[in-house]
Design a protein around this ligand. Structure first.
Ligand SMILES: [Zn+2]
Ligand SMILES: [Zn+2]
Ligand SMILES: [Zn+2]
Ligand SMILES: [Zn+2]
Length: 354
């Protein structure tokens, strides 16, 4: 399916096989999404109004949205490994819980790791979120409704300052540095290396100080459980500047937060100082309209819903000249959460001219 520019989600598939269809193709679709939108400034840049800087791919702005949280399996120590994190990443389980146990079918048959069986307690996360002396107030906790019910943390996503979304991941546990880096490395890995030179070298995040400390404590470190391996993605990140978004800047008191992590610091370039760091807040208000639908979907359905929704939001947002008019008109025809539900139910044609 990777070489087609346009395809139809088959309406004839039964409920079970539509999920198979989604699962089989999701990675390919997500890759197309990331590749397309991360280079949109080269192929169809957002038009600037009256010489105003729209910030098309001037930075990676990373933010979370908790309002779209949904019930998930309570196995928060389900883990994966990646090239950058060859030890363990405890990302949790996003499956819909099946029974009173609060676990999904798969996790019910497995031994669940307790917190002290993970290496999370021995790593150097402690203290970097809430520094008692400097007081950068950015701590986050996993959310449980009660001991047996867990809800997700919504999503984390990366956006260009022009408002175009580049990539997203659901968060099954609290938005910690390793989750944020995992999300970012995954995006960079999907972009062709020959396009790296066109990508921004600025990362904007509300907890940029902790992210910076975490990354540099671990990058190219050889110690097991404390290492981030050098790969094209992590090397790319190592060359980026990390800044706090302007809205959260006043909460940050570390010396580096006033200077190196401060996007408005006097030695930064004029272009950097003009970057819109609140693009995500503006997208969050759009996303909020879909909150009820998104927080009621199953794990299998919701990621496809995000993919379609973000693609349509991007099409509507991207104001390039005389291109993709069809997409733009189509996107503006999906204005409410009700239409999104109908839209997803009917599995219509997804036009993804890539
Ligand atoms: Zn743009
Ligand atoms: Zn924010
Ligand atoms: Zn599970
Ligand atoms: Zn700080």
């Amino acid at each position: 399916m990777s070489d087609t520019h346009r395809f139809e989600i088959p309406t004839s598939l039964s409920d079970a096989s539509i999920y198979q269809f989604f699962d089989k193709n999701f990675d390919t679709w997500y890759k197309c999404f990331v590749k397309h939108w991360s280079t949109h400034h080269l192929t169809h840049p957002c038009r600037a109004k009256d010489a105003e800087i729209n910030g098309c791919m001037l930075a990676f702005v990373i933010d979370g949205m908790q309002k779209v949280a949904r019930p998930i399996c309570k196995n928060k120590n389900k883990c994966i490994t990646t090239e950058e994190f060859p030890d363990f990443l405890y990302i949790g389980c996003g499956n819909t819980p099946k029974s009173k146990t609060g676990l999904c079918e798969t996790c019910q048959q497995q031994r669940i790791l307790s917190d002290n069986e993970t290496c999370l307690t021995t790593n150097d996360d402690n203290g970097i979120y809430d520094d008692p002396t400097t007081g950068c107030n950015v701590s986050r906790e996993d959310r449980f409704v009660d001991v047996d019910k867990k809800i997700s943390q919504g999503i984390i996503y990366t956006i260009s300052p022009c408002g175009v979304i580049i990539g997203f991941d659901e968060l099954y546990r609290s938005e910690s540095c390793f989750m944020t880096l995992w999300h970012l490395f995954k995006i960079i890995r999907l972009i062709d290396v020959y396009n790296y030179k066109y990508l921004p070298s600025i990362i904007i995040y509300d907890n940029a100080c902790s992210l910076f400390i975490y990354f540099w404590n671990r990058y190219k470190n050889n110690e097991i459980n404390r290492r981030i391996v050098k790969t094209p993605s992590s090397e790319f990140v190592s060359k980026c500047s990390f800044f706090i978004d302007r809205f959260h800047q006043p909460n940050h008191r570390r010396p580096m937060c006033q200077k190196d992590r401060n996007i408005d610091f006097k030695t930064n370039s004029e272009t950097t100082k003009k970057i819109n760091t609140e693009a995500a807040e503006q997208r969050n208000s759009v996303l909020k309209q879909y909150q009820n639908a998104l927080s009621s979907y199953s794990g299998q359905k919701v990621r496809v819903a995000y993919l379609i929704l973000f693609h349509l939001m991007n099409c509507e947002r991207n104001t390039c000249d005389n291109q993709f008019e069809y997409n733009r008109r189509y996107a503006t025809k999906v204005p409410s959460s009700k239409s999104l539900i109908i839209f997803l139910k009917e599995y219509p044609t997804v036009r993804n001219k890539i």
